[in-house]
Design a protein around this ligand. Structure first.
Ligand code: GLN
Length: 278
């Protein structure tokens, strides 16, 4: 019988990359249901032939570059264990900065919020977990994402309303206090699309026209009509898009426009307010 230690050693030798040991332990834990710490405490523990086979099948997919989050079927975001699938983007730690900024904006006690292009539901669920009195809607154009966000909401017991909609097209009538989105923002020609995890993620969640700004342009224009007077829009964007996004907000007449950085010190999000009289 193969031991946990042997399986991990064999996998580490094959996986390579930045974190082969962590990847191997996560995959073995996924297959066996045993904790990662147990592999260190009991390295001699045996694993059934069937589990070893499942483990090596996952290792082979990892060697081909498939993101660990898709192999495990989950990713933690804002301490919430989210189910993920290849039909949506894998939630990024940097997007947690967006949640932090949203929570710091002065909003009504029972604010109405819309998370556009929610994917797994990450942003909407993080906000709902912090602000149970907010009324939070999340939308996505892709039906698999809508199902996934609903499933995550139910499994976590964090209620949000999920609507299938291409941006504002199918959003019910009415206005919000906060519009928030991590839209696609990568330029179609960006060579980083052919590297690492993003190769396996849906381009519908990543790519937005020649300059990566197509969807942000639409949100900045259409968002003005879907906010209450003095409401806010908060958008994630590329590290080099801060100035362009501020310009888009400014030319559309938004006020109090500000860009903030992510944990890596890069410009990552810009927010702006509608005029109070609107
Ligand atoms: N931040 C992601 C990346 O660079 C892209 C996310 C997005 O397009 N919304 O891989």
């Amino acid at each position: 019988m193969l031991t946990c230690e042997t399986l991990i050693q064999k996998a580490v030798a094959r996986i390579g990359g930045d974190s082969p040991k962590l990847d191997a332990e996560l995959l073995l834990s996924h297959v066996t249901g045993l904790s990662r710490t147990s592999f260190r405490a009991w390295p001699e523990r045996g694993v059934s032939a069937e589990q070893a086979q499942q483990f090596f099948a996952l290792v082979a997919e990892r060697v081909n570059g498939k993101p660990i989050a898709y192999l495990l079927g989950r990713q933690e975001f804002w301490s919430l264990p989210l189910k993920v699938s290849p039909s949506t983007l894998i939630p990024r730690p940097d997007t947690e900065c967006l949640v932090e900024v949203a929570l710091s904006i002065a909003l009504p006690e029972t604010a109405t919020v819309l998370d556009l292009g929610t994917g797994t539901g990450a942003i909407a669920l993080a906000l709902a977990s912090e602000k149970p009195d907010w009324q939070i809607m999340a939308s996505d154009r892709i039906s698999e994402a809508v199902e996934l966000a609903r499933e995550n909401s139910q499994r976590l017991g964090v209620p949000i309303t999920v609507v299938q909609s291409h941006w504002f097209d199918q959003i019910p009538e009415g206005t919000f206090d906060l519009l928030i989105s991590n839209p696609p923002y990568i330029a179609a020609s960006d060579r980083h699309l052919s590297e690492g995890d993003v190769r396996f993620e849906p381009s519908s969640a990543l790519v937005a026209g020649d300059d990566g700004l197509d969807d942000i342009r639409l949100l900045v224009i259409q968002g003005l009509n879907r906010l209450n007077a003095g409401g806010w829009m908060l958008l994630e964007h590329g590290y080099d898009q801060g100035e362009a996004v501020r310009d888009l907000f400014a030319s559309a007449g938004w006020l109090n426009i500000e860009t903030r950085k992510d944990y890596g010190g890069n410009d990552r999000m810009t927010f702006a307010q509608t005029p109070a009289g609107k």
